[in-house]
Design a protein around this ligand. Structure first.
Ligand code: HGY
Ligand code: MN
Ligand code: MN
Length: 411
């Protein structure tokens, strides 16, 4: 018998334990292929074994908990975090998968499919300028160019994988076969305000927004802050600042397509109070519901960037790091989630995801679905991020209901 309150209490305790694994004492930072990733992966593997799953790891460090044979229902999310993160973004989906699978294993039911619970290591892209790399490997679409991407210390992903005990040569073996993977489902906090505003704990995701990420380098000329007249400067940071405002302005003009544009990181060199910045590196993250509109807005941003650097006598390099298309969730799987949520007595709201998720990569392998869980104030990527044990219990109960309704032959 499914007991949502008991499942929610267990999930809360597991998320607290996982949330304490951080590279820094005062805030949550858990990056891909670090000692903290190793500790989190070992803890998750232990939970998987205690739940009756066979736990192992693939060549990208994804922890895989396996039960049963035949075609696979894949249930997953990620263990890595942003900087100064909340505890629920990622871990909720891993913990929900383990607890739901445990209930199936303990029930002794024979199902016409097996279950793999997946704990991905690189969803956020907080260490390397990649993102969704570990789910890409599971989906068989890993881009080997990611291996040469370096972190802020100059360590490449390939070097970090070897230090973590993995061999890049085995990455192709991490891919599921298309015949093997029947479907992928992910439980995740909404990271937005809709469910709270509708006073509902759960939501069925319709699609995951498309996104472009770029690294931009603006180059000017370092100089003495006291002696170079304003009209003779080639100030890279002033130029970058104009670009930041252009990103904001252009994103706002496409508000009706749910467009959002963010410069989340900016670094000015040499970084001294009395030196005119000669070089600036910044990130651009652009998302919108419609790929065509996002790409057109990106072209606008690039045109504006070239115009402003020309006017200021600067140089610019715009390096595309990542692009993913807006990804629809499989209607048949959405329907199973709707039935499961309704069976618990909740209104089965449907909503799009403005956040990116591993499901966008897994959708390249098999039908994909996501179940959102209400989070307080819609706050995420922030230590105040929080989902209640009751809502988490409802989500796990809905996931169990999904598993009980799932039939790989009727997709
Ligand atoms: O950036 C995102 O949308 C996700 O949290 N990685
Ligand atoms: Mn996430
Ligand atoms: Mn996130």
């Amino acid at each position: 018998m499914t007991d949502p309150d008991r499942l929610g209490a267990r999930a809360a305790a597991m998320i607290e334990e996982l949330g304490a694994i951080s590279a820094e004492p005062g805030r949550l930072v858990r990056l891909y292929l670090t000692p903290e990733h190793r500790r989190a992966a070992d803890l998750v593997a232990r939970w998987m074994r205690e739940a009756g799953l066979a736990a192992g790891e693939d060549a990208l460090g994804t922890v895989r908990g396996r039960w049963g044979g035949g075609r696979r229902l894949l249930i997953g999310s990620h263990l890595d975090s942003v900087i100064d993160a909340g505890r629920y973004d990622g871990p909720l989906g891993v913990v929900a998968g383990i607890l739901a699978a445990e209930q199936v294993v303990r029930s002794g039911r024979q199902l016409p499919f097996g279950i793999d619970v997946l704990a991905f290591g690189d969803e956020e892209g907080s260490r390397f300028p990649s993102t969704l790399s570990s789910s890409a490997a599971c989906a068989g679409v890993f881009d080997d160019a990611m291996l040469s991407l370096a972190d802020r210390d100059g360590v490449t992903m390939a070097e970090a994988l070897r230090a973590y005990g993995k061999s890049p040569a085995e990455i192709p073996a991490a891919a599921y076969g298309r015949a093997e993977a029947a479907a992928y489902v992910e439980v995740h906090i909404e990271q937005g305000p809709v469910l709270e505003s509708e006073n509902e704990p759960l939501g069925v995701v319709t699609d995951i927004v498309g996104a472009s990420r770029l690294r931009v380098t603006v180059t000017g000329e370092a100089g003495h802050a006291g002696t170079v007249p304003m009209d003779l400067r080639r100030d890279a940071l002033a130029g970058a600042a104009e670009l930041v405002l252009a990103v904001e302005r252009i994103a706002r003009t496409h508000h009706d397509d749910r467009m959002v544009g963010t410069v989340g990181r900016i670094q000015a060199a040499p970084g001294a109070t009395n030196v005119i910045p000669g070089r600036v590196q910044l990130s651009i993250d652009l998302r919108s519901a419609t790929d065509r509109i996002r790409r057109a807005a990106l072209a606008e941003i690039k045109a504006e960037a070239f115009r402003l650097v020309e006017a200021r006598g600067l140089e610019i390099e715009l390096e595309p790091l990542y692009e993913v298309a807006t990804t629809p969730c499989a209607p048949a799987l959405q329907e199973l989630l709707v039935q499961s949520v309704s069976a618990l007595g909740h209104r089965p709201l449907r909503l799009p995801s403005g956040a990116g998720h591993d499901g966008q990569m897994m959708a390249k392998l098999c039908p994909m679905a996501m179940l959102f869980v209400r989070c307080r104030g819609g706050v995420s990527h922030n230590p105040a991020e929080c989902a209640s044990p009751a809502d988490m219990g409802a989500a796990i109960a809905a996931l169990i209901g999904f598993i009980e309704r799932f039939d790989p032959d009727r997709l």
